[in-house]
Each structure stands twice: as structure tokens, then as C-alpha cells.
Design a protein around this ligand. Structure first.
Ligand SMILES: Cc1ncc(C[n+]2csc(CCOP(=O)(O)OP(=O)(O)O)c2C)c(N)n1
Ligand code: SF4
Ligand SMILES: [Mg+2]
Length: 293
């Protein structure tokens, strides 16, 4: 296993909560992207944890933009850079609320117009920055400040929505698997056109577990099969070996749910629905990988 580059583009002075995997993921993303990168960040925790100039924690250019406009902004920026003959990476780093709900229109437009950029959705499964309200990406059964009895709707499947745009590269990843995340960002940035990476980002205060367990929670998400690591390159799906193993011999999902306070008291019905949609996703992905659909 090769060590990741020692260069740091996210300094230690972020204002992120202890154990924040959104900021940890960003650290790996920028190690892969390098200094010739502009980050486009809508309203979200990242817009706060980056700090305020001149005391910013970021060592690349960051463009903060209104919630709904990240992908539209990135599209204009990428077009301007390419017109100037510059290969600067344009990366949107947006939360799940800013992606699956509020920014979805701009995202769809940018994907459809073959924008040469990478869109990363870090998914802490709620509107974290404003106190953990439910988003379209919150899983069924999870308690948030606006779903005190547990969310009654299923998580929106943004990956299938993105896949319907037939973009050249998309992947799922997790900071609990840094080498994999790094390699996927590198690959994405080597491919022209629109790319999308969906990161599961465990969030200690929102998910209600203690900060030192973040990597363990990220690994449990994968080992239970609830978060499947894969990539789809020019329509060819490849599931990571760790997720293949999880599909065959999963760790019980109760092990993932029981370490998080947001699932305390989850109903049997919601747990069954969570399991059923996971199994359906596995069948769909395995069939696609085998070329059966
Ligand atoms: C148009 C608009 N509505 C609401 C807000 C308030 N707001 C700022 S960040 C945020 C939550 C963003 O959630 P998400 O995109 O999931 O990112 P996270 O905070 O979880 O990192 C909200 C509701 C805003 N800035 N602009
Ligand atoms: S609320 Fe969650 S995502 Fe936001 S900074 Fe804290 S740990 Fe990170
Ligand atoms: Mg969020």
C-alpha cells in the first residue's frame, strides 16, 4: 500500500467538530487533486470549517457560493479555465442537503452539459451546519431535529439519478478507506467531462456517537453492506472487493445502528425497510456488474 502524499492543503486549524469525516475526506481529496485546484463550496459545514481569511485552514482557492448554485458556478468556472487553456481542477464540495435537495437542478444541468468538473457530495445524511435537520439523504428511521420520532421516508437515491445522466465517471467512497478515496479522486480528475463522487461522511454530533469512533462507523457502514463502495467508468461498474465480501457475508446491520444514537428506538418496520432497500441495491449492482442489465 503506497503512502498518501505528505502535502497538506487542509491545515489543522479547521473549526470542524472532533471526528468530522467531511473534513478528513476533504484532506484526502486535496492530496489527490493538488494545488492547481479551485474548490466551489455552497452553504454547508465546509463553508464554516474552512475559516475566515486571512486565518483560513485551506491552502487552495475556495469560492463560496449560494446554496443552489454550486454546480452552475463550477460550470462557468470550468468553461473559463478551459477557454484560457488551463487544466485547473474545478471541484464542487457540497453537502447532501446542497446536492440531493437544493442543488439538484444545477447539478443535473452541469452534468447534462458535459462540464469538465468533479462534483463531490459529502453525505452526513442531514443539514448539519444548521443543527441536523433531515435532508432527502437522511435514511429511514434516523432521528434528526425535524424527525424526532425517526424519518419516515427512504433515503433519496442520488447515485441512480446521477447515473441516468450517463457521465464518464462516478464512484462512492469513504474516508474510512483513504487509499480507495484517493485513487478514485485521482482517476476522476484524469477523465475529461463531468465526474461525481458520493462520500458517506459520519458526523459524531449529528449521528450521536463519540468522536473517536468515526473511522469504525465508516467501516461498519461498508461491512454491513449499507454503504457499497464501487465505481462506474464509461458505463462499466466495478464493485470494490470489500463490498463484494460484505454482500456475501455481511456484518449484521444492527452493529452499525446500535453505535449511533440517531437510530436508538428505530422501529422494526423502519429497520426492515432499511434492510430491504439495501438488499435491493445489492441485487441491482451485482446484476449490472455481471452485465445482466
Ligand atoms: C437558500 C439558503 N437556505 C438555507 C440556508 C441555511 N443553511 C446554511 S448551511 C445549511 C445546511 C446545509 O446542509 P448540507 O448541504 O447537508 O451540508 P452540511 O451542513 O451537512 O455540511 C443550511 C440549511 C442558506 N445558507 N441558504
Ligand atoms: S456537524 Fe458533522 S459534518 Fe459538520 S463539522 Fe461537525 S462533524 Fe463535521
Ligand atoms: Mg449534510
Amino acid at each position: 500500500m503506497n503512502p498518501l502524499p505528505s502535502e497538506e492543503y487542509v491545515h489543522k486549524c479547521t473549526t470542524a467538530c472532533a471526528g468530522c469525516t467531511s473534513s478528513l475526506s476533504l484532506r484526502y481529496v486535496l492530496k489527490a487533486a493538488g494545488p492547481d485546484t479551485v474548490l466551489v463550496v455552497p452553504a454547508c459545514c465546509t463553508a464554516v470549517l474552512q475559516g475566515v481569511y486571512p486565518a483560513t485552514a485551506m491552502n487552495v482557492t475556495v469560492y463560496n457560493i449560494a446554496f443552489a448554485a454550486a454546480a452552475a458556478t463550477a460550470a462557468g468556472m470550468a468553461a473559463a479555465f478551459r477557454r484560457q487553456g488551463r487544466s485547473t481542477n474545478v471541484i464542487c464540495y457540497a453537502g447532501d442537503g446542497g446536492t440531493v435537495d437544493i442543488g439538484i437542478q444545477a447539478l443535473s444541468g452541469a452534468l447534462e452539459r458535459s462540464t469538465d468538473f468533479l462534483y463531490i457530495c459529502y453525505d452526513n445524511e442531514a443539514y448539519g451546519n444548521t443543527g441536523m435537520q433531515r435532508s432527502g439523504s437522511t435514511p429511514i428511521g434516523a432521528v434528526t431535529t425535524t424527525t424526532p420520532a425517526g424519518k419516515i421516508d427512504q433515503k433519496k437515491d442520488i447515485d441512480r439519478i446521477v447515473a441516468a445522466h450517463n457521465i464518464p465517471y462516478m464512484a462512492t467512497a469513504s474516508a474510512a478507506y483513504p487509499q480507495d478515496l484517493y485513487a478514485k479522486v485521482k482517476k476522476a480528475l484524469s477523465i475529461p467531462g463531468p465526474k461525481f463522487i458520493h462520500l458517506l461522511s459520519p458526523c459524531p454530533p449529528g449521528w450521536r456517537y463519540s468522536a473517536e469512533r468515526s473511522v469504525e462507523v465508516g467501516k461498519l457502514a461498508v461491512k454491513t453492506g449499507l454503504w457499497v463502495l464501487y465505481e462506474r467508468e464509461h458505463g462499466q461498474l466495478k464493485i470494490n472487493p470489500v463490498s463484494k465480501t460484505a454482500m456475501k457475508r455481511p456484518v449484521p446491520i444492527e452493529d452499525y445502528l446500535s453505535v449511533q444514537g440517531r437510530f436508538r428506538g428505530i422501529s422494526k418496520e423502519a429497520e426492515r425497510a432499511l434492510k430491504a432497500s439495501m438488499e435491493q441495491q445489492h441485487r441491482r449492482l451485482l446484476a449490472e456488474e455481471a452485465g445482466a442489465c
